[in-house]
Design a protein around this ligand. Structure first.
Ligand code: SF4
Length: 469
């Protein structure tokens, strides 16, 4: 255990450490395990084969998000495989006494959207989920890990994980963001600077005035993409913004227990004088709206920049850049502004929350979706959809020519019917632009903030949303 002023990461890790394993890894107790239909069936069947039951069903919550169609969620689901996976999840949850947030519950949604909105995600927790973007929950000052199927089995069986302790890098974003610049731009700029492998072996602590001024939803967007920068997890220290978000949430502590929890939550924040393995500082005022142009989230530029030329690129990045240009059919020196798009997708666990839809609607109301562009808005959860509909945002989007869908992961991963076709170019508010990520092996993805997606939808090409805000 470390002594002296400690980081949040050190405090949470030490508090949950069961023992040091002979391998040198730590056996870490996991406070909250979130599961979904795609990475859990095999884990449950391994558990069954071993004759084990879920160790802490009361610390385990399930939802259905990856495969669920977003056009209609009436049962049986139109996709047979999706129906089979849904049925399997229902059976596993029933047999093991796990609470399932299915569409009938009124709480269904993307796992990283519903955990926070139900009040399950809390400061000082360790959280695990069989999805890479579990780092999202770090926005609350939790230490949250995306895990693989065999680790899902381990957590189901023991509520523990064996993990190597990462180092901690503090990323301080100073100053103030300019109007029209969002959390998505901040994290894209961070990954651009540090690289997609820059965070390997690290937990990222995001800090500084820009993070302090962000809402919880914005902090979730930043933490969500920690994994895209190679970090094992990412977090923001809890503060009054965090506590105000959690107050009154259904599964957060209530009444006097909430006040006691706030005292504990405050205490887990990093101490002044805590030592970090690395510190990086960035000027928030210098960050512009960002757009990716390549095949990993580190390949991005400000919307008013031109794409990097191969001969001006460091040797170790040139081959990757050439591959990206070849796949994306783009070239160095050209502006990203004006790149034609075929599809616009607003949604995902990065940017499918109510604040994202509110901002995107501000742009959508300024025009109509361009001819030939297919535009989708997919709320991150049923609660987000209800709130958006109560505010009339669905009508704003529909009037502009967007499709208003049911909650789910949709075109982020395209494990459902929402897929790109052929070489389609998609302006997307999601988090990954890997080759084939959106369902077509040759489909192309440009990552950007929800307002930038809305602007691209209306103009039919990559545009500077600041002109429409
Ligand atoms: S929206 Fe995308 S990244 Fe998020 S949980 Fe779903 S598939 Fe994973």
């Amino acid at each position: 255990m470390s002594t002296g002023p400690r980081t949040l990461f050190d405090k949470v890790w030490d508090a949950h450490s069961v023992r040091t394993l002979p391998s040198g890894e730590t056996q870490l107790f996991i406070g909250l395990h979130l599961i979904h239909e795609v990475t859990s069936p095999q884990a449950f069947s391994m558990l069954r084969d071993m004759g084990l039951r879920v160790r802490f069903p009361q610390r385990t919550y399930a939802t259905v998000d990856h495969i669920i169609p977003t056009d209609s969620q009436l049962r049986p689901l139109s996709d047979d495989l999706a129906e089979a996976m849904m049925t399997e999840l229902e059976r596993n949850c029933r047999e093991q006494g796990i609470r399932l947030f299915d569409p009938a519950s009124g709480h269904q949604g993307i796992v990283h959207v519903i955990g926070p909105e139900m009040g399950l995600t809390q400061p000082g927790m360790t959280i695990a989920c069989g999805d890479s973007h579990t780092s999202t929950h770090g926005a609350f000052g939790a230490v949250a890990f995306g895990i693989g199927t065999s680790q899902v089995r381990d957590v189901l069986a023991t509520q523990c994980l064996s993990l190597a302790r990462p180092k901690v890098r503090r990323i301080e974003v100073t100053g103030k963001l300019s109007p029209g610049v969002y959390a998505k731009d901040v994290i894209l700029a961070i990954i651009r600077r540090l690289g997609v492998k820059g965070g390997v072996g690290f937990a990222y602590e995001y800090a500084g005035p820009v993070l302090e001024a962000m809402s919880l939803e914005e902090r979730m967007t930043v933490c969500n993409m920690s994994i895209e920068g190679g970090a094992r997890c990412g977090y923001v220290n809890p503060d009054d913004t965090t506590f105000a978000y959690l107050r009154g949430r259904e599964l957060a502590p209530q009444g006097a227990a909430f006040e006691r929890a706030v005292a504990w939550w405050r205490s887990v924040a990093s101490d002044p004088g805590a030592r970090y393995d690395d510190v990086v500082t960035m000027d928030g005022a210098a960050i512009a709206p960002h757009v990716t142009f390549g095949i990993n989230p580190g390949q991005s530029v400000g919307v008013d920049e031109t794409l990097p030329r191969l001969h001006e690129t460091p040797d170790d990045e040139r081959a990757g850049l050439a591959e990206a240009y070849d796949y994306m059919d783009l070239k160095g020196g050209q502006p990203i502004l004006g790149t034609p798009i075929d599809v616009a997708f607003i949604g995902s666990c990065t940017n499918g929350r109510i604040s994202d839809l509110r901002e995107a609607a501000r742009v959508a109301q300024r025009g109509k979706v361009a001819p030939g562009v297919k535009a989708l808005v997919v709320p991150g959860s049923q609660a987000v959809a209800r709130q958006a509909e109560a505010e009339g945002l669905d009508q704003v989007f529909r009037a502009a020519g967007f499709e208003w869908r049911e909650p789910g992961c949709s075109m982020c991963l395209a494990m459902n019917p929402d897929k790109l076709v052929g070489r389609q170019m998609c302006a997307s508010s999601s988090n990954r632009n890997f080759k084939g990520r959106q369902g077509s092996p040759t489909g192309r993805t440009l990552l950007m903030s929800p307002v930038m997606v809305a602007a691209a939808a209306i103009r039919g090409r990559v545009s500077d949303a600041r002109e429409l805000l």
